[in-house]
Design a protein around this ligand. Structure first.
Ligand SMILES: [Zn+2]
Ligand SMILES: [Zn+2]
Length: 105
């Protein structure tokens, strides 16, 4: 969880997202979200299970960086260059974005 400044909702915490998800949620929410699909995973920041950072990246970033949905990555992944560029998003915008997505069967 990080904190971001949402143009609509002010200071918000939310999952860490790749730039494509952030574009679709905060910068340009009017744009249809499909065919973006979201891959959720976590980073065990301190490697002891006490602080799990939630991340949500698009499917193409996930396949490019070899990240499987639902995985828990060790804390070293917080280092620069181990993951696609990610930044906190707004929880409320992200929830709306998820509602707009086509259900994946
Ligand atoms: Zn992406
Ligand atoms: Zn927002």
């Amino acid at each position: 969880m990080g904190i971001t400044l949402c143009p609509k909702h002010g200071r918000q915490g939310g999952p860490l997202c790749c730039r494509h998800i952030i574009d679709a949620t905060i910068r340009d929410p009017a744009k249809p979200a499909s065919p973006l699909s979201v891959v959720h995973f976590k980073i065990d920041v301190l490697d002891d299970g006490t602080e799990l950072s939630t991340c949500a990246i698009c499917a193409s970033c996930a396949s490019e960086w070899g990240i499987a949905a639902g995985t828990i990555l060790p804390g070293e992944y917080m280092e620069e260059g181990r993951l696609p560029w990610i930044a906190p998003t707004c929880n409320r915008c992200f929830a709306e974005f998820l509602k707009k997505l086509e259900p994946v069967e």
